[in-house]
Design a protein around this ligand. Structure first.
Ligand code: HDD
Length: 696
């Protein structure tokens, strides 16, 4: 057991008054073997609290190399943040193949069943900077680095299967439009502003992705409850050299779950690190998130029959058309030791593929192939970033590339070229090395967009019509929220014009809530909009699992609460797979009815109900009266109700509901009926929604 003890200081000459002023307990330390503190040159340091001065009141001396060593390094601690996807959570884990794709590919990671391949997965927001909040309405990046036996394979996807634009040349404009406006420096992480919607209004190809972004998909409850998509078609190549197309899908074991917009806004205030903390707490508690990897496989002939072009990244292939085949699972089971070294320095690149996998001609993918390596050169500062441990392959790697800034390797011998006759051990080409798919390219060179990319509205319509009525209302209200933040009326009108091509009813709902006097003109689509069959697999609500696993229950208590009831709810929640936090007016806890003390996990003001999936309010009458004067307690129950959560109450809890003017409905259950509470907690009370907010 480590215990706090005073170290025996060898540097007694340190100015004691100063060190006490700087915290008093400065020299307290946790026992153990402490290595000597040194400079970066290894010179032992005797005083790390005071710089070298000419006299007690004199100037600091330039010769203080210890001060310079420390401050200079500090001055250079930050590296450029990613231009997009700056804010993220990274987790280590493994991928295990369960079904071999040997018929289609030679890639060992997709053929060796049972093999566990280490992975590092980084899940990010797109628009916000590294210090922004976790919960804006935004796409989540879903990047997986597989450290395979045949080199690193990076599947750099998103939690949405389509993208805004069809050609990489438009990417800088898209990102400039969505990021903070350059003159004012805001908004930091929101799409709800003029420049984004201005660009979108002029980019009809973005309409399908806009439907996804305005849906509940972009408000995930947890990063453990999102899907991931490789987005583009890739190719698999088999031993005979034949290739087939493939799309990759990650599906979370915990199912999909999203938050309500009003809840999301409040979470951003209550806990800026909501998703990062959720992942950290789950993984460190041993609740390892898991995803199934599935593929959609299809031939060129099948692709030719699709009513869309699969090389267009604004299109998805409905599961009903090409079913998903589950081939493996990814388990994330270890948080990084050091956020900077791993989550910040990891460098993904869609061009990192392994033998047996190849690219398709998707023009967005083609542009991405050079962009990522290029950005890492400025972000990490040297072409040797592949030597940073998080980026280095875990299989042997060897070539004749040499030197460069921050070179960590020290090759020996006189040969640094290939081929050569002088070295018997230098690396050589190998027959099982990477080969491209056999593809014939013909046609005329030019800056052209294929005509097969011209349908911008059919899949947007399919997505909208595939949603439940609640989800459709959420899309409409998201559009109203976003466009209400847009100052320029012509931009609002242009977007509603596009919506008319997607669904007239949606356009009307949005126009009405924006206060339009008349409907704006719809742009004439280049191609007639097709009515595709709805695809229920595109819903979020339909993919919510009937489980409390991975969810969090909050129990509000105060002095006088009935401990037996609290324990019953807690035990039932834990048995159903949830985690539980006790919330009380004082973090030290509350004195229960039987005189015992129950320690709290969170203090009421800092632990609002938005942080939980369902809540219980267990109070004595006096406790309820006391809390009735606490706006945080009133908000606790009001918000839980407005966010459609199950609420368990005893008599005191009911009293607080009455004071908060929360009317009882099917989602509010008696605390003694723990089973009813557990089943209500597994879902949201969607029927309640119309009673708590006006939906367009
Ligand atoms: Fe990108 C980062 C996903 C289009 C250029 N992108 C980045 C990350 C993800 C994606 C998940 C973060 C990786 C990490 O965690 O470090 N990007 C996508 C998807 C796209 C896409 C799914 C479309 C299907 N991206 C895209 C295009 C370009 C880029 C068209 C440029 C031509 N993306 C970048 C980048 C980033 C990046 C600027 C910033 C940091 C980085 O690469 O490493 O190069």
């Amino acid at each position: 057991m480590n215990k706090i003890k005073k170290t025996t200081m060898s540097h007694k000459e340190i100015n004691k008054d100063d060190s006490l002023a700087a915290g008093g307990e400065l020299h307290q330390t946790i026992g153990g073997e402490h290595p000597k503190l040194t400079t970066n040159q290894g010179v032992p340091i005797s005083d790390n609290q005071n710089s070298l001065k000419a006299n007690p009141h004199g100037p600091t001396l330039g010769e203080d190399f210890i001060l310079r060593d420390k401050i200079t390094h500090f001055d250079h601690e930050r590296i450029p943040e990613r231009i997009v996807h700056a804010r993220a959570t990274g987790v280590h884990g493994y991928f295990e193949l369960t079904e071999s794709l040997e018929q289609f590919t030679t890639a060992k990671i997709l053929t060796e069943v049972g093999e566990k391949t280490p992975v590092f997965t980084r899940i990010s927001t797109v628009a916000g900077g590294a210090g922004s909040v976790d919960t804006p309405r935004d796409i989540r990046g879903f990047a997986v680095k597989f450290y395979t036996k045949e080199g690193n394979w990076d599947l750099v996807g998103n939690n949405i299967p389509v993208f805004f634009i069809q050609d990489a040349i438009k990417f800088p404009d898209l990102i400039h439009a969505v990021k903070m406006e350059p003159d004012r420096g805001f908004p930091q992480s929101a799409s709800a502003h003029d420049t984004f919607w201005d660009f979108i209004s002029l980019t009809p190809e973005s309409m399908h992705t806009i439907m996804w972004v305005m849906s509940d998909r972009t408000l995930p409850r947890s990063l453990r409850m999102i899907e991931g998509f490789g987005v583009h078609s890739f190719r698999l190549i088999n031993a005979a050299g034949d290739s087939i197309f493939v799309k990759f899908h990650w599906r979370p074991k915990l199912g999909l779950q999203s938050t309500i917009w009003n809840e999301t806004v409040k979470i951003s205030g209550a806990d800026q690190d909501f998703h990062r903390r959720d992942m950290f707490e789950a993984v460190t508690a041993g609740n390892f998130p898991e995803w199934e990897l599935s593929v959609q496989l299809f031939t060129q002939k099948e692709a030719d029959a699709f009513p869309f072009d699969h090389l267009d990244p604004t299109k998805l292939i409905p599961e009903e058309l090409v079913p998903l085949k589950a081939i493996g699972r990814m388990v994330l089971n270890r948080m990084p030791d050091n956020f900077f070294a791993e989550t910040e320095q990891v460098a993904y690149c869609p061009a990192n593929i392994v033998p047996g996998i190849d690219f398709s001609n998707d023009p967005l993918l083609q542009g991405r192939l050079f962009s990522y390596h290029d950005t890492q050169l400025s972000r990490l500062g040297s072409p040797n970033f592949n030597q940073i441990p998080i980026n280095a392959p875990k299989c042997p790697f060897s070539n004749q590339q040499r030197d460069g800034q921050m070179q960590m390797e020290q090759p020996s011998g006189r040969v640094s070229y290939e081929p050569n006759t002088l070295s018997k051990t230098s690396p050589r080409e190998t027959p099982d090395g990477f080969r491209s798919a056999k593809v014939t390219e013909t046609g005329e060179k030019g800056r052209i967009r294929s005509e097969s990319f011209a349908d911008h509205y059919s899949q947007a319509r399919m997505f909208y019509l595939s949603q439940t009525s609640y989800e459709q209302a959420h899309i409409a209200s998201a559009l109203v929220f976003e466009l209400s933040k847009v100052e320029h009326i012509h931009i609002r009108e242009a977007i509603v014009g596009h919506l008319r091509n997607i669904n007239e009813d949606l356009a009307k709902r949005v126009a009405q809530e924006l206060g339009f006097d008349k409907m704006p003109e719809a742009p004439v689509p280049v191609m007639p909009v097709q009515d595709m069959d709805p695809s229920p697999a595109l819903q979020t609500m339909g993919k919510m699992k009937d489980t409390l696993e991975g969810r969090m229950i909050g129990i509000l208590i105060a002095d006088g609460s009935d401990g037996a009831v609290v324990k019953r709810i807690k035990n039932a929640s834990v048995a159903a797979g949830a985690s539980v936090k006790i919330v009380a007016p004082k973090v030290g806890g509350a004195i229960l009815a039987d005189g015992s003390k129950m320690v709290a996990d969170g203090q009421l003001a800092g632990t609002p109900s938005v942080l939980f999936d369902a809540v219980a309010v267990i109070l004595s009458e006096e406790g309820a009266m006391l809390l009735s004067k606490e706006s945080d307690a009133i908000d606790f129950v009001k918000d839980a109700f407005a966010h459609l959560k199950a609420i368990a109450v005893d008599n005191g809890g009911q009293k607080l509901l009455e004071i908060a003017k929360v009317e009882r409905d099917g989602g509010i259950v008696a605390a003694e009926d723990k089973d009813l509470f557990i089943s209500a907690a597994k879902t949201r009370q969607w029927n309640r929604e119309k009673s708590v907010r006006k939906l367009p």
